[in-house]
Ligand binder design. Sequence first.
Ligand code: PGA
Ligand code: ZN
Length: 440
Amino acid sequence: PIRRVYAREVLDSRGNPTVETEITVGEGIIGRDGITGRAIVPSGASTGKFEAVELRDKENRYWGLGVQKAVNHINRVLAEEILGENALNQCRIDRILKEADATENKSNMGANALLGISLAVAKAAAKAMKLPLYQYLGGTYTTQMPVPMMNVLNGGRHADNTVDFQEFMIMPTGAETFKEGLRMCAEVYQKLKQQLKVRGLSTGVGDEGGFAPNLANAKDIFLILNESVEQSGYQIGKDICYAMDAAASELYDSKRKQYYFPGESKAMQKEIYRTTDEMTAYYKELTKEFPIVSIEDALDEEDWQGWKMLTDELGKNIQLVGDDLFVTNSERLKKGIELNSANAILIKVNQIGTLTEAMDAVQTAQKAGYRAVISHRSGESEDTFIADLAVACSAGQIKAGAPCRAERTAKYNRLLQIEDELKQEARYRNPFAGESLKKS
Ligand code: PGA
Ligand code: ZN
């Protein structure tokens, strides 16, 4: 049973406070023969409107970003609720947490408080069972390694540059193993750095470890990526494919009902707006010219009809991922499935607040023929939970940033460990090989 629940305020990768939780289980003397699971909650920058609430103190310390209220909710309220519970009973504990909060969006206790406990409980339980976390969560037949989506060029809210789309990613679809895929991406990443340097562009990095040069045009960026891939000795569209996260809700001007491109406007010295139709045409053009296999948040988080049109137009060949659209919420996902909006979901555990609900979203997606991509946040930590989660869910894809910055490489390095552990049983495959993306 759970013997001790303890939370503290720690720092995330942006230097902002976040919640760390420790759960100790077992019969022994606390701190000596108890088993402790520890988890750190991540934090987004381009958060979706419909995400569960991340509770911030809004007081002077840390410029208002302190999380002492969430920490106190764990130590003083939620601890009482779950002390003595069996840590193996994740669903029950997550339900108790939800009921203790008693709001739709977890605004009472804070999703950061709930999730801290939820993740730490799973880690403590896995440790108590002497199982690696991926096996505890996924069972003995979980052998599927994910293909990484590596965000090598950062824009939008993740960098102070002129790149309007938030993320430009490379995927090692032609690799034979995760380890080989990681190496391919790391090589391309270093080549990209050279390419930027040669052009006199900045090689400073953004929140997710990708470079953040002042480029304004998506085509220019893909052309530089093409050169970096080719000069690394890889075949574009075979060994390495591209993915992007437009994070279009951040560009959407709800008054004009159009998308505004501030960086491109500055470069062109005229205001650049795009309508939903123009956005769709733009994506169509980009995917024709470059081997883009996946586009995330291509349109605004409330534009269900636009998403449906986009999916009808592009969804047969392109993975269309709903991040802000679905916010890891099974109910929003079900609406999308019904409408045929998007064909994949991004899974971010802190968007929904408990592991059980995140798992439910994965299962709802997979049952409907939607893909699930396990994802980090732009604000991360040394916690590697999502690496194990990606394997546990057989998700086949993980988005964890560039092969740079320790909070990003921690996830990739953990996947190397898992692949070693699985030995010959580890499987790695191109998620886009030989099948249509569209559900029947
Ligand atoms: P966020 O960005 O963590 O800042 O929300 C990641 C994403 O949009 O996928
Ligand atoms: Zn996103």
